[in-house]
Design a protein around this ligand. Structure first.
Ligand code: UD1
Length: 431
């Protein structure tokens, strides 16, 4: 199994460039199924999840030309040859669910086995289905003899409707927006997700000929059109990757300039790091995070849908708080089971206790290297960050989670002076 080995004494210094956003590019790729014309995406990160989405598009019949060296992907879904997603691909990546809206809108049918992906909580899809159903689709759930569930939606024509989301789900908002883009009449999504990735998707859909207004606010209005055409689009920078490097600078008491990021996408992370005493300045070429001079103070964070503190930065921030003297609290409100990194951080001698959705951190502990397991994508990043300040060597296994969502994570950290390597399996090793 590949692993990441961290043995570092350095405060990180230098510049690092953020890649295109994983969470933006996945729905953008799915949206290319809405047209039989060619779509081109630039600024695409080279990630496992992107490979899985490309495989899924090919499985549906699209021609996909990926040029990872140029960060560019061209897709032409001339014909759709099947509307039921492949089990293995959906199991590999839960975000495959966002193919359902475009398929349903384009062909009147979409089927998907119940999704896998990161094991952070139950992650139901009821809100996606509520949206499809409001647009007039019939929903069926069929269980096969092995207990696997196939969810399918069908409609001869989708009709615009009002949809209220009980929770501002990112994936459900994206799926409903894409389905409604080709529906007859007007759809209004009340209480949609407001994440920058939603705005990026709406911009791309509008370039394809859709009429979407209000993305990024608490009310999205979509006037359906009968046809969408090909378009070109550049993916926004990855705000979660940017925040991860901010925390890498903070945890190592380093001084890093983060390039190709949009500071207004990470306002709560900047605010909370400043509360802890980290100096952050916007520079013409990026965001400078300087943690080299100050003493730090503990703080409390509570995850919320955007524009609140992002759940995807919670594990990395918790690793940092473990190194800050004083007592901090972390409350996770978005996912019900997103504290699996606590056990691993404690193996490194962090002092964190968990009570339901609340974690209490007795900060300032001297972390020590250990063998730890990346239990999900952002937990994996948090363990690598903890390894950067731990005494001795930290070995992180199950790094396939990290490969899903960070482009060249090890290379970028090494470029900032970190003592970090990736080991690949030898010929006789267990895969
Ligand atoms: C997206 C992001 C993920 C991030 C999450 C929250 C992608 C590819 N992934 O995931 O990195 O952590 O947003 O910011 O963009 N829920 C329901 N019913 C539903 C759908 C969701 O109850 O039908 C609940 C989930 O269980 C969870 C919460 O809503 O508790 C948030 O989920 P959601 O916003 O849908 O996250 P994803 O789109 O899966």
């Amino acid at each position: 199994m590949p692993r990441i080995l961290v043995n570092n004494r350095n405060a990180l210094r230098g510049r690092v460039e953020v890649s295109g956003s994983k969470n933006a590019v996945l729905p953008l790729l799915a949206a290319t199924l809405l047209t039989d014309e060619t779509c081109v995406l630039d600024g695409v990160p080279n990630l496992k999840d992107v490979d899985v989405m490309c495989s899924l598009l090919r499985f549906f019949g699209a021609e996909v030309k990926a040029e990872p060296a140029a960060s560019r992907i061209e897709v032409r879904a001339g014909t759709i040859r099947t509307t039921v997603a492949e089990w293995d691909l959906v199991k590999a990546m839960r975000a495959s669910i966002v193919a359902m809206g475009p398929l349903l809108a384009r062909t009147g049918q979409a089927g998907i086995p119940l999704p896998g992906g990161c094991a952070i909580g139950e992650r139901p899809i009821d809100l996606h289905l509520k949206g499809f159903s409001a647009l007039g689709a019939e929903i069926h759930c069929d269980k096969d003899e092995s207990g696997d569930v196939l969810v399918s939606a069908s409609a001869s024509r989708l009709i615009g409707a009002e949809v209220y989301l009980d929770f501002a789900s990112v994936g459900a908002t994206e799926n409903i927006m894409m389905a409604a883009a080709l529906a007859e009449g007007t759809t209004v999504i009340e209480n949609p997700a407001q994440e920058p990735e939603i705005v990026d998707l709406a911009n791309f859909l509008n370039r394809m000929g859709a009429h979407i207004r209000g993305a990024g606010t608490d009310n999205i209005r979509i006037e359906g059109v009968s046809r969408l055409h090909g378009a070109e689009h550049s993916v926004i920078p990855d705000r979660i990757e940017a925040a991860t490097f901010m925390l890498a600078a903070a945890i190592t008491r380093g001084d890093v300039l983060i390039e190709n990021m949009l500071p207004n996408h990470v306002v709560p992370v900047i605010a909370k790091l400043k509360e802890c005493g980290v100096r952050i300045e916007e520079d013409y070429s990026g965001l400078r995070v300087d943690a080299s001079k100050n003493d730090f103070r503990a703080t409390n964070i509570k995850t919320l849908p955007y524009p609140g503190f992002p759940t995807d930065v919670q594990p990395q921030f918790m690793a940092f708080l473990a190194t800050v003297p004083g007592r901090s609290t972390v409350i996770e409100t978005v996912f019900e089971n997103r504290f699996m990194h606590i056990r691993e951080l404690n193996l490194m001698h962090a002092e964190i206790t968990e009570d339901g959705r609340r974690a209490a951190i007795k900060g300032g502990a001297k972390l020590t290297g250990a063998h730890v397991r990346a239990t999900d994508l952002r937990a994996g990043a948090a363990l690598v960050l903890a390894g950067l300040v731990a005494e001795g060597t930290t070995v992180v296994s199950d790094i396939f989670h990290i490969d899903r969502g960070y482009e060249d994570f090890v290379g970028k950290l090494a470029g900032l002076g970190a003592g970090i390597v990736r080991t690949e399996p030898g010929p006789g090793d267990e895969k």
